[in-house]
Design a protein around this ligand. Structure first.
Ligand code: SF4
Ligand code: SF4
Length: 73
C-alpha cells in the first residue's frame, strides 16, 4: 500500500479487466494494473500518485473501488 493513499478493489464486485477494465483506462497515473482477465490490482508503488480525481469511481459501475486517505485515518 502507499504511504498516504490506499486504493482497494473489491474482487467480489469487480467485473474483471476483460469485461470492463475502465479503471485501467481512465486512471491518469496508472494505479490499476490488469491481472489477466480477472479483477485489476492497485500497484503499491503508484498509489501515492493518486490525484483524487475520482475518475475511476465515476467509471466503476459496480462501485468496486474505494480510496482511503491514510493521512486522515
Ligand atoms: S472499473 Fe470497476 S468493475 Fe471495471 S475493472 Fe475496474 S474495478 Fe473492476
Ligand atoms: S482517483 Fe484518479 S488518480 Fe486516483 S486511482 Fe482513481 S483515477 Fe487514479
Amino acid at each position: 500500500m502507499g504511504e498516504f493513499i490506499r486504493v482497494n478493489i473489491d474482487p467480489e464486485r469487480c467485473l474483471g479487466a476483460k469485461e470492463c477494465g475502465k479503471c485501467i483506462q481512465v486512471c491518469p497515473v496508472n494505479i490499476f494494473a490488469p491481472r489477466g482477465a480477472d479483477c485489476p490490482h492497485a500497484l503499491d508503488e503508484n498509489e501515492d500518485e493518486c490525484t483524487l480525481c475520482d475518475l475511476c469511481l465515476a467509471e466503476c459501475e459496480t462501485n468496486a473501488i474505494t480510496i482511503h486517505k491514510l493521512y486522515e485515518e
